[in-house]
Ligand binder design. Sequence first.
Ligand code: 2RA
Length: 337
Amino acid sequence: MGYKVAVVGATGNVGREMLATLAAREFPVDEVVALASERSVGKEVSFGEDEVLRCQDLAKFDFKGFDIGLFSPGAKVSAVHAPRAAKAGCVVIDNTSHFRMDPEIPLVVPEVNPDAIAGYTRRNIIANPNCSTIQMVVALKPLHDLARIKRVVVATYQSVSGGGKEAMDELYNQTRAIYMAGPIVKNKFPKQIAFNAIPQIDVFMEDGSTKEEWKMKVETKKILDPNIDVVATCVRVPVFVGHSEAINLEFENPISVEEAFDALQSAPGVILEDRREPGGYITPVECVGDDATFVSRVRVDTTVPHGLSLWVVSDNLRKGAALNAIQIAEHLAENYL
Ligand code: 2RA
């Protein structure tokens, strides 16, 4: 049996990746529709190698009879249209930040808390976490199971694709302008992104942290364990795709590098690539197009009683967004629909 699936925000970076991932993983579909805002109606998007879909108007679309809605249209649009789809009987998997911290709505990373999916019946909506949280909790879960994580200190190095297509264009155009002595135009980022690093992702909160940093903290608690404390510094770097994270962990119980290696090696969704030699680790350009969360540079952090440091890299458009949503859809289809 196949499902009727609507992809909402189909022209964006994540929407396109959702369509590609649905096709690549051969998700059982009877029908797939691509939905977008009025100005994108009629635009063509690819579904797999040889199918092309024409975008329909989200505002006019009737979700009745559709089984799954994969949403990535922006938080304000999801706030209006996800509940409308859910009410029509379509289970929404929403990639925006709008529903993530709603206690009635499950926030799911299938390798970490798949059982939470069962809670979708409360509102017919499941939230997909933020990209930087997803890759972190995939790497942390096996270590938490082993020695209980107390505290996480993380610095991120996030690619511009997390900010959408315009952000990618801005990096390209600024880089070109620097070589061609043209003007540096800033629309999307508050500072020059080409050949630079910007310690701000999303808006500022009252306590001086940014919303991206806040998301990493509260989402980790909701998905993995409310007792884990997280402090994050989120930085945008001139990389097109692939988020990196330098993570310091403090555990309740002793844990050795060897034990961490064993746990990471057998953890779902994780690839451990850790040779202590030049190049014996994964960088963002190497993770592009891959489903895994890569862990490297595992070593003891001697500044706390039981500490480890690690480097975690993943394709933010795949595991950080589209793939995670489709893995949720797969669990849903297999166990609940
Ligand atoms: C970013 N976390 O990288 C966002 C995307 N969801 O900007």
